[in-house]
Design a binder for this molecule. Sequence first.
Ligand SMILES: Cc1cc2nc3c(=O)[nH]c(=O)nc-3n(C[C@H](O)[C@H](O)[C@H](O)COP(=O)(O)OP(=O)(O)OC[C@H]3O[C@@H](n4cnc5c(N)ncnc54)[C@H](O)[C@@H]3O)c2cc1C
Length: 457
Amino acid sequence: MMTTNDMHALTLKTHRNRRFQAFVLILGLVILIFAAASLAFFFESPSINYKFGWEKTMLRAAKVIGLIAAVLLLLQLPLAGRIKFLDRIFSLPGLYNLHRLNGYIILMLIVVHPILVTIPEDRMMIPFETRYWPEWVGAALLVALFIQIVLARWRTKFIKAYQRWLVFHRALGWSILILLVLHILYVSETFEFEGPPRTAVISVAIAVAILWIAIRSQRLLVRKYPYEVSQVALAGKDTHAIDLVPVHGKGLDYLPGQFAFFSFGSKQLSDEWHPFSMSSSPTRPNKLQITVRSCGDWTNQAKTIQKGDRVWVHGPFGRFSHVLESDEKEVIMIAGGIGITPMLSMLKSLSDKKDQRRITLLWSNRSAEYEFNDDEFEAIADRLPNFIYIPVFTDKEELKGKFGRLNLDRLKTLLTGSSKDALIFLCGPPPMIRQVRRDLVFMGFPASAIKEELFAL
Ligand SMILES: Cc1cc2nc3c(=O)[nH]c(=O)nc-3n(C[C@H](O)[C@H](O)[C@H](O)COP(=O)(O)OP(=O)(O)OC[C@H]3O[C@@H](n4cnc5c(N)ncnc54)[C@H](O)[C@@H]3O)c2cc1C
């Protein structure tokens, strides 16, 4: 298990390499996009020779746009594939955001592509002759992508259960990729016959298939190193703390604040993967702990988890950790509800290190029944000389805490005396995080110092 010194060494190494690796990857992507776009110029299809002037320009632009969309579409798999190497550079939540944004960009490009093709051809409809099947494949691709994006954006309106949507999303994603390869290979003479463009498309398709196999085998490998539930305890209203121990001795190497995906082999639970932040600290290597609050189909059944149940863990992921930031700056943690879990992990680690910095924790809950870990906070306070814990309750006035939502005025009052140079960690429901971030920036905290973890991917 990792010692504090190991963590610090990893921090420095990760930081040094991260920017360079990000630069190399982005450069690689730009080169790939240029290479793909250049096919439209170096390997023109003979039919374009019958076009002149603006018509020729439009057809060429359509091809460039289509090829750029194809490269961006291939990027969707690595962006959502939970690849640890990419997580260390961009963080998994960041990659999922890019996956979403990339989807919108692809849809835009794929809508423009057929418009630019059809105008010079002087017709807006694809004829119903069989020889036009590659064009129809392209049209199906556009429709499939549109459905994919609408369902992802407004998922809860169409498919209630997240897992059912995920299965559909993946199946449609693969259909889109297959339609894309067929469309590219047969729609234009540039790719139809043997030559570098066709070889390039087939090689890239094979590379994507290999990447997918690598991603799947990583998840299968995880099944070889199970954990076992050693204790389940009620921790506040609707919340359970679940302690895990590795069956084969070696446990997960993680940083305080990180999360992982967990799959439970419990009798009454489905074994689907769910993300949870570790609420334990790597400085206490004998125990991995997650704390789960009931809020949906799966988490509502968390209470049925029993001692001895098998658990598989895929991770760790994320860059939400104080060890990846300066170890000199004052720390402010603001948690909403179950968003306390990564903070607990960091606080345990900071207290084991007897950190001397001023550390303020604001934990907002509906009422005191949702609060847990009183003993832990006392132990933390004993070891951290400058720890300030401020519970805030939104629904009910409680004797020991502050009352009301964390709005601008309240934040100003509660953070009086905090340095504007502090590192800030925010975790909780997305609307709260967005509001608190805005308020903090308004108060003069630099946006770059605010690190956030949303409990939604
Ligand atoms: C980085 C991260 C860390 C988290 N840490 C904690 C934690 O420490 N404690 C805790 O109680 N909760 C945590 N969550 C939230 C937790 O993952 C969800 O509450 C849980 O997965 C909901 O599942 P459900 O079937 O009960 O609810 P559902 O109603 O099915 O889902 C509710 C929401 O949870 C998200 N979700 C559901 N299933 C998945 C999945 N398989 N993968 C990704 N997102 C999913 C979706 O946004 C969905 O809208 C975390 C989430 C993330 C992204």
